[in-house]
Design a protein around this ligand. Structure first.
Ligand SMILES: [Zn+2]
Ligand SMILES: [Zn+2]
Length: 442
């Protein structure tokens, strides 16, 4: 069947708007949209009807009436009026139920909802009820449509174009700031505001601050006698010290914290600091002044933590950050023995813990949160210095993820080799600091 005849057959059976008619021929011709394809076909049919009507053929009048009623086509209405024939009332589109006509309302709704958000890029996700898609499939089968486009595809494209014209924002398929989810059949417009990721490094200058919020293990945050009814084991955390000002400045809802590994609450984190990413949920502001944020975090957390090198990153950096956990770390730990130790023993300890492989079964103290397995970690170098007759300071450069406290105590033989075994004396870690977290390429 010829294109125009096929279009006529479709319109004789079903009311179709310009988009829905044009969509059935979407892959024919370039540089025009489906609405224009539909209008062109209707124009040709109206001309055909007009010609037949002028030849006094009732067939022509019938075609014009079809175009007026099923095509909602103004030109056909005009011709019928000129011919002194009564045009029929137009019907709602069989396929889209008039949803293309209602799109401007949804565009306005979406841009209104986004008024308070800073964003530059967007993506549209259109939802179409399954019965509508089924109807479209049956229609395509009935008329043997071969060059038609998918309904949902057209819907999101047309919406996207209108939205772009109204707001001046650009489409981004990979990392959009916002996703506009529309379901014109339900009159529904929802927003998915994608998170903002800020990366940086932190140093922790004092002991006693955990990296993340630490709830009381007894009441699990509800508050009990054990935790002085705070629900917390520690009143503050690195996470909260960073998240507070970040949420205030970005006007986000919540924030989650990702660290390249973590130090114990009682260990300091020194040197250049540990890389982290703070992820802000539904931020209203994206173009924040990072210098201002850094100053504000550091001012409020003065003497406790300090952040540096803040930058906006993509969400894929989270994975990179998690991989950094396995990078090199340098620890400083002071160790006290239950007896005096000799210079020879110190030299032997240093030798034994340089360029050595450590087999470490999950420490008893973290066994509740981590799987029980043996990990292999490498120590690149250990430097041991005496502090007093029965205590030393050790600087250990090793693979990330080594449990240093257990390296000292031996953890009942779960860590091999260990300081206690090498010296053959009870060894106890007194103070632990992380001096450096080095990251490949960062
Ligand atoms: Zn339609
Ligand atoms: Zn409690």
């Amino acid at each position: 069947m010829e294109i125009v005849e096929k279009a006529q057959a479709m319109l004789e059976r079903y009311p179709l708007c310009d988009n829905c008619l044009g969509r059935q021929f979407a892959f024919l011709g370039y540089g025009v949209d489906n609405a224009e394809r539909g209008r062109t076909l209707k124009t040709m049919l109206a001309m055909k009807g007009h010609q037949l009507a002028l030849q006094k053929s009732e067939e022509g009048v019938l075609l014009l009436k079809v175009l007026a009623e099923n095509g909602s086509f103004p030109m056909a209405v005009e011709i019928l009026k000129k011919l002194r024939r009564r045009p029929k009332k137009s019907k709602k589109c069989f396929l889209c139920e008039g949803c293309f006509e209602s799109l401007p309302i949804h565009v306005a709704k979406a841009s209104e909802k986004l008024r308070d958000y800073e964003y530059e890029t967007f993506l549209v996700g259109a939802k179409v009820p399954p019965e509508v898609e089924e109807k479209e499939d049956e229609f395509k089968a009935q008329f043997e449509v071969q060059h038609g486009e998918n309904f949902r595809n057209e819907l999101s494209r047309v919406f996207g174009k209108m939205f772009q014209e109204k707001t001046g924002k650009t489409v981004d398929y990979l990392n959009p700031h916002v996703v506009v989810l529309i379901n014109p059949f339900a009159g529904d417009v929802r927003l998915q505001v994608n998170p903002l990721f800020i990366m940086g490094r932190y140093v922790k200058l004092v002991r006693g601050i955990p990296q993340s919020k630490w709830f009381c293990p007894k009441c699990r945050g509800k508050g009990c006698g054990e935790c002085n009814h705070t629900g917390r084991l520690h009143p503050e955390s690195v996470e909260e010290l960073i998240a507070g000002p970040t949420i205030e400045l970005t006007l986000g809802e919540t924030a989650s914290f990702h660290g390249a590994g973590r130090e114990d609450a009682d260990a300091r984190m020194l040197g250049k600091g540990r890389p982290f990413i703070i992820q802000v949920k539904r931020p209203r502001k994206r173009w924040i002044n990072l210098n201002e944020l850094r100053r504000e975090i550091n001012r409020r957390a003065e003497g406790k933590i300090k952040v540096s090198s803040l930058k906006i990153v993509g969400k894929e950096m989270i994975r990179t950050l998690k991989r950094m956990e396995a990078s090199q770390k340098t620890y400083r730990v002071t160790v006290r023995f239950d007896r005096e130790i000799s210079d020879d023993e110190i030299a032997n300890l240093q030798r034994s813990l340089t360029d050595v492989k450590v087999l470490q079964q999950t420490p008893l103290r973290v066994l509740r949160r981590r799987a029980d397995k043996t990990r292999e970690k490498h120590i690149y170098e250990t430097v041991v210095k005496r502090i007093s007759p029965n205590s030393v300071e050790m600087k250990i450069r090793c693979q990330g993820g080594l449990y240093v406290k257990e390296l000292v105590t031996g953890d009942g033989g779960r860590t091999k080799p260990n300081v206690s075994k090498i010296v053959d004396a009870k060894a106890e870690p007194v103070e632990l600091d992380v001096l450096g977290v080095s990251v490949k390429g960062g």
